[in-house]
Design a protein around this ligand. Structure first.
Ligand code: ARG
Length: 281
């Protein structure tokens, strides 16, 4: 009697176990087909993985974000944007390649597929969002106005810049700031920050609008320049990374990296280190 009951229990358990195994199998199969559907890679992600490298576009005239530095005789592009890009590449499991170009050529380069992402202290403006997708903001900066130290007492307000030439980098939000917030001045848009600094030193422009960390780096390297008290406002807050529209998987990975680097305060460290490594004359 007891033997029989035991037998029954054993056989019932066997049936149950087999059924469970089958169901598990079935579930597994479903899960993997669903997963495959979800994991359909964007064209950019496919290219990055296939080539084993992430190609970033930047405009390396923007210390401490990105700038040229010669380390033991070798020219290198460094800066906190570069450090962030290295982490993004690391998390993707690929190498990093940097393409340096004019800021106003970056969006076209992304569109044409010459670069995979833009890391260039770029603000996520509504206008740009029509053509590209942006990551979460990874850094916030305020705007500043750089003038010649000799003009310290002469140029102290937006009014003092009436009819004067004000330099801005071409294709940047600083160009919008000049147009919207200094309408009585003449905006002079040049491709590189170095051109602007030179123009200011040579009296071709009387002020340059630029983000504060960049102003500080340039003023430290040029004792004949200083940051004025003139206040201009951000039109759009923060720097973000641009990707080709629809590269959702890539954007997700980038945002995860940014999130990690924000939480563990790495970005703050990258900014401090980059600021300290700008060559001061
Ligand atoms: N933040 C400004 C913009 O998005 C200027 C960025 C310039 N970046 C550079 N690497 N030169 O328009």
């Amino acid at each position: 009697m007891l033997k029989n009951t035991l037998k029954k229990i054993v056989s019932i358990s066997l049936v149950v176990a087999t059924m469970a195994a089958f169901t598990a199998c079935g579930n597994k199969q479903n899960a993997s087909t669903d997963g495959a559907k979800e994991k359909a890679q964007s064209a950019t992600m496919e290219k990055i993985k296939k080539n084993g490298k992430l190609v970033i576009g930047t405009s390396a005239d923007y210390p401490p974000y990105e700038f040229h530095k010669s380390t033991s005789g070798k020219d290198e592009i460094v800066g906190f944007d570069v450090e962030i890009a290295k982490e993004i590449a690391k998390d993707l499991g690929v190498q990093l390649e940097i393409k340096d170009m004019k800021f106003d050529g970056l969006l076209a380069a992304l569109d044409q597929g010459n670069i995979d992402i833009i890391v260039a202290g770029m603000n996520p403006t509504e206008e740009r969002k029509k053509n590209v997708d942006f990551s979460n903001v990874y850094y916030q900066a305020v705007q500043s106005v750089v003038v010649r130290a000799a003009d310290k007492d002469k140029i102290k307000s937006i009014d003092d810049l009436k009819d004067k030439n004000v330099g801005v980098q071409k294709g940047t939000t600083q160009e919008d700031i000049a147009k919207n917030q200094l309408p009585a001045s003449k905006a002079v848009a040049l491709p590189k920050i170095s051109d602007l600094v030179l123009s200011l030193k040579n009296n071709r422009v009387d002020a340059v609008i630029v983000e504060l960390p960049v102003a500080t780096s340039n003023v430290n390297a040029n004792k004949d320049l200083l940051i004025s008290d003139i206040k201009v406002k951000n039109e759009v807050d923060g720097s973000a990374i641009a990707v080709k529209k629809g590269s959702t998987d890539l954007l997700e990975s980038i945002n995860k990296t940014i999130d990690r680097l924000t939480k563990d305060k790495s970005i703050d460290k990258f900014v401090t280190d980059a600021t300290n490594s700008v060559e001061v004359q």
